[in-house]
Design a protein around this ligand. Structure first.
Ligand code: F6R
Length: 615
């Protein structure tokens, strides 16, 4: 999704903005642009392509230096990715400049009205409509920029995070948000504006996160004033101290963020359960759960809403919750849930899972569930994100920033949090025997070491990747807890290597996908010793007898599948319910190596965005 960076202060704005845009690259984008003002002249440089393309172009075009500026990475929604549609957009008078993340849904009638009033448009974007609407309001009523922005925003329908600059008032940037994130870094005599804190973390650890429907005039040498866009009421700015450090958002010696994040899993899973899981005391303590224990215990049903990889974590959780707690669970794509008039009863508990905490569909599903009286619990990674604020309570995954567009550590830490919740509820409900409860606690505590061991499959994964890097298709099969892992394995492969891949419950294969099997079809079968091992072995035999190529993920020491499979990857043993935390590791590595070998952009796959803040 689009990324926003702005600066106003005493330093040169250009390097801060360019570096900031690079930090936001993980969000996914197709073009980039920058505006600088040097006190007299305003210059805009923008291009389709990467921030490095912008650097190259702007080194020729940006003939000025300035201590105020705004920059943008665009992920196309209205209008194809090209130079003209890139942001910033300048108003007809040449005075106002905007960068915008989001969608203005009623841009067409607004544009029509503005055209009637003599405005001319150069791009196909809704953002150019917005900046001219602001200009029109400003001119008509001779208003200050902040007021004009406020009035204009009250006329638009949609989602936005915006920065607006007025050449005639060059000591301020007006910012606003509805549905798209926006953070303001507060330094000494300087302010930073960004979609998240990563562009300014090295300058200040004080940040204000704008809430939906809030705007601010960020003015030099003036305290920040935040107000509600709708009714103009003033809001006390809440300055948050950030805990993130620069090292966490840099590659730390790895070739790609994705690989770094895959390797971080042993330590971040520990971070996820630190202070919450006390195996020696037989305790799980999570504040968000303790404070709302009754709601969970009285729930007739748990509904899980999420998208993509987070939805896969939700599917794993469905198996775990039902097994451990006997509470019925339904898992829904947030995008379907929000538009299908779902039945939500008062006693329902909704769990929303999201790494970024900004996914528009998940956010909308939460709002709907709340409107209908459900208690909504969030499982998010990004602290202070929209979803973490919109939910009644929640638990953070503490995975640290996930920069690679393909989720890896988010998945395993989400499963860790959800497993702990299920265990805590099972303990309270008495639905697990004491010995099983203690056994799971102990197993979960040593999972990080086993994940570290599973990471030693890297060479094997690389070897297999070399053989299958040109395969046009791939099938992933798993059963029970590992069916969602098959879905996740297939998603990882297709999103970063562009190989068509499908995940299926292994037994479902005979109802259709088996027709695809021939000697060219690699089939990745997740076959750990625990669980439905014998059934999976039968499924492998079915594939084998149709000449399919089997790549099996098995428990260390396995002999039966080894005899049938063409390639095996061994992982350590754990109980069935916890096995997704291990089986997923070689699948992540396999996708990673195949994508690298195919020379794909691993961290920023085409057409994808890290946080999908539009529906
Ligand atoms: C896949 C991936 C996406 C996200 C999905 C939801 O690797 O990253 O499928 O899982 O866009 O994002 P969050 O978890 O931020 O709500």
């Amino acid at each position: 999704m689009c990324g926003i960076v702005g600066y106003i202060g005493h330093r040169e704005a250009y390097p801060i903005i360019i570096k900031g845009l690079k930090r936001l690259e993980y969000r996914g984008y197709d073009s980039a642009g920058i505006m600088l003002f040097d006190g007299q002249e305003l210059k805009v440089s923008k291009t389709k392509g990467k921030v490095t393309d912008l650097e190259e172009k702007s080194s020729r075009e940006m003939t000025i230096n300035g201590t105020i500026g705004i920059g943008h990475t665009r992920w196309a929604t209205h209008g194809v990715p090209n130079d003209v549609n890139s942001h910033p957009h300048v108003s007809n008078s040449g005075n106002l400049v905007i960068i915008h993340n989001g969608i203005i849904e009623n841009y067409a009638p607004l544009k029509e009205e503005l055209i009637k009033r003599g405005y001319v448009f150069h791009s196909d974007t809704d953002s150019e409509v917005l900046i001219n609407l602001i200009e029109d309001v400003q001119k008509k009523e001779n208003l200050k920029l902040g007021k004009a922005v406020q009035i204009a925003l009250n006329q638009v329908v949609g989602a936005y995070a915006i920065c607006v600059f007025d050449k005639q008032k060059p000591d301020e940037i007006v910012v606003a948000r509805l549905g798209s994130p926006l953070a303001i870094g507060v330094g000494e005599d300087e302010y930073f504006i960004a979609s998240d804190a990563s562009p300014f973390i090295e300058y200040t650890s004080n940040a204000i996160y704008l809430e939906d429907e809030e705007m601010a005039v960020v003015r030099l040498h003036k305290p920040l004033k935040i107000r509600k866009i709708k009714d103009d009421t003033l809001v006390d700015p809440y300055i948050q101290e950030l805990k993130m450090n620069l090292e966490q958002i840099e590659k730390g010696g790895y070739d790609h963020f994705m690989l770094k994040e895959i390797y971080e899993q042993p330590s971040v899973i520990k971070d996820t359960y630190r202070g919450r899981l006390h195996a020696n005391l037989g305790l799980i303590q999570m504040a968000g759960i303790e404070d709302n224990l009754e709601k969970f215990l009285n729930a007739n049903r748990i509904l899980i809403v999420a998208c993509g990889t987070s939805w896969h974590a939700g599917l794993v959780a469905e198996y775990i919750f039902e097994e451990f707690t006997r509470i019925p669970v339904e898992v829904e794509y947030a995008s379907e849930f929000r538009y299908r008039n779902p039945v939500i009863n008062k006693g329902d508990v909704v769990i929303a899972i999201s790494q970024s905490g900004e996914t528009a569909d998940t956010l909308a599903a939460i709002k709907l569930a709340k409107e209908r009286g459900a208690f909504v619990f969030g499982v998010c990674n990004v602290v202070g994100s929209s979803i973490s604020r919109e939910t009644h309570a929640g638990a953070y995954t503490h995975a640290g920033p996930e920069i690679g567009v393909a989720s890896t550590k988010a998945f395993t830490t989400q499963i860790t949090v959800l497993t702990m919740i299920a265990l805590r509820l099972a303990k309270a409900k008495g639905t697990l025997t004491n010995s099983d409860f203690h056994r799971y606690l102990q197993e979960l505590e040593i999972i990080p070491e086993k994940v570290a061991e599973a990471l030693q499959t890297n060479d094997k994964a690389k070897e297999i990747a070399e053989i299958f890097k040109t395969a046009p298709n791939c099938l992933y099969l798993g059963r029970g807890y590992n069916f969602p892992v098959a879905l996740e394995g297939a998603l990882k492969l297709k999103e970063i290597s562009y190989i068509h891949a499908e995940g299926y419950p292994a037994a479902e294969m005979k109802h259709g996908p088996i027709a695809l099997i021939d000697e060219h079809m690699p089939v990745i079968v997740i076959a750990p010793k625990q669980g439905h091992y014998d059934k999976v072995v039968s499924n492998i035999q079915e594939i084998k007898s149709r000449s399919g190529i089997i790549i099996a993920v098995v428990t260390k020491g396995d002999t039966q599948v080894r005899e049938l499979a063409d390639y095996v990857i061994e992982i350590p043993e754990t109980s069935d319910a916890l096995s997704p935390l291990l089986t997923t590791i070689p699948l992540q590595l396999l996708s990673y190596h195949i994508a690298v070998m195919r020379e794909c952009n691993v961290d920023q796959p085409r057409n994808l965005a890290k946080s999908v803040t539009v529906e």
